[in-house]
Ligand binder design. Structure first.
Ligand code: GAL
Length: 359
């Protein structure tokens, strides 16, 4: 096919303008369809409707070139529950939201993936706690499986809930909850290995010790056997990823909604011996994870050794106004390194053009 010189000039002009726009984003707009970056300084982040992203304690999954973000819906005013051991600021459980994106920057609201109910006998009652949803696709059943932390408002039930859906955006059908091996399960994550096995990693034993629990082939139940790791180290907010034949785990310390130092651990196998290492964060405010707490780590497709670390900046007195902090995580010789970036793009322009629909 030949291109008329006029048309060629228009096309060149278009790409030049697009590249300029990529390098120099416009001033003072909230993230959303109008921004070209993950912008940690400029919040709230807006979705395609112009509404703030409502996806706290999130999980992120890629399916057929689309990233799906699942998070806690926090819509109502925060209230304080007295006489508790844990940080006792609470917000009604709003269920789980779902957003879709091809570039991790522009997010389209895909609906409420798991709706809460008004029924005190249900785990999903608005008066309870639904936190840290994580979703993976089960290769055997073809169903999307969501695990989440469900609890009563005092955080004493400490259970892992599970739901399934035929479509990534839901609606998910809630199946019930477990205490895997009879053990308490609070902050959790879900990790799917390349061999198709999936694992729940959760804070247990009064939040002093993490457990790793293999799941059944359909991912809907705990399978026999479990592993206690980082025993007595009081770690929570787990996020697991794999790189170059090893497994990595980023966690926070337990200090309720208040930020603290993250740490990384490494193991040769999911069910192996995990060795706690140092803080992956560098520079100013690294001792408090730049005022955030981790939620997930995902590999950036097409960028070997590059990951996205997603975290929450909790506003405990007004939880619905909590913000996000998404940073690049790079695998370096010393291990995972997270550096603060006010704004950044997960994909260089050539990767965007070649593999992510050209945005
Ligand atoms: C945090 C936990 C959050 C939430 C909060 C409640 O430590 O990571 O997901 O459960 O405690 O105080």
């Amino acid at each position: 096919m030949t291109t008329a010189p006029g048309l060629l000039r228009i096309r060149l002009c278009f790409w030049a303008l697009a590249a300029l726009g990529f390098l120099f984003p416009g001033p003072c707009r909230s993230q959303g369809l109008s921004d070209r970056w993950i912008n940690n300084a400029r919040q709230p982040w807006l979705d395609n409707r112009g509404k703030p992203l409502d996806a706290h304690g999130a999980g992120l999954m890629e399916f057929r070139g689309v990233f799906y973000l699942y998070g806690e819906i926090k819509e109502a005013p925060t209230w304080h529950l007295g006489g508790q051991k844990w940080e006792s600021y609470r917000v009604p459980a709003g269920g789980i939201s779902c957003y879709g994106s091809t570039d991790l920057v522009h997010w389209k609201f895909r609906g409420v993936a798991l709706a809460p109910v008004h029924d005190p006998s249900s785990d999903l009652d608005t008066g309870k706690v639904i936190e840290r949803p994580k979703v993976v696709l089960n290769p055997v059943t073809g169903k999307f499986v969501m695990w989440m932390h469900v609890d009563d408002r005092t955080y004493h039930e400490a259970r892992a809930g599970v739901a399934v859906s035929d479509r990534p955006e839901g609606p998910f059908h809630y199946l019930g909850s477990f205490r895997p091996n009879g053990a308490e399960s609070r902050d959790l994550t879900l990790f799917q290995d390349r061999d198709g096995k999936a694992y729940l990693v959760f804070a247990s034993e009064n939040n002093t010790t993490l457990h790793i629990q293999p799941l059944s082939p359909d991912y809907l139940r705990p399978a026999p056997g479990f592993q206690r790791i980082l025993i007595g180290q009081k770690r929570e907010a787990p996020a697991v990823f794999a790189w170059a034949g090893k497994y990595y785990l980023i966690t926070s310390l337990c200090s309720g909604w208040d930020p603290n130092a993250a740490a990384w651990a490494v193991s040769d196998r999911m069910m192996g011996t995990w060795k706690q290492q140092g803080n992956p964060c560098r520079g100013k405010d690294s001792a408090v994870t730049y005022f955030a707490q981790g939620a997930f780590v995902i590999p950036l497709p097409g960028r070997p050794g590059k990951f996205l670390f997603g975290a929450d900046r909790w506003n405990k007195k007004d939880l619905r106004d909590s913000r996000y902090l998404w940073l690049p995580l790079d695998m370096e010789a010393s291990g995972p390194v997270i550096r603060y970036a006010e704004h950044w793009h997960p994909f260089p322009p050539e990767i965007m053009r070649k593999t992510r629909g050209g945005q």
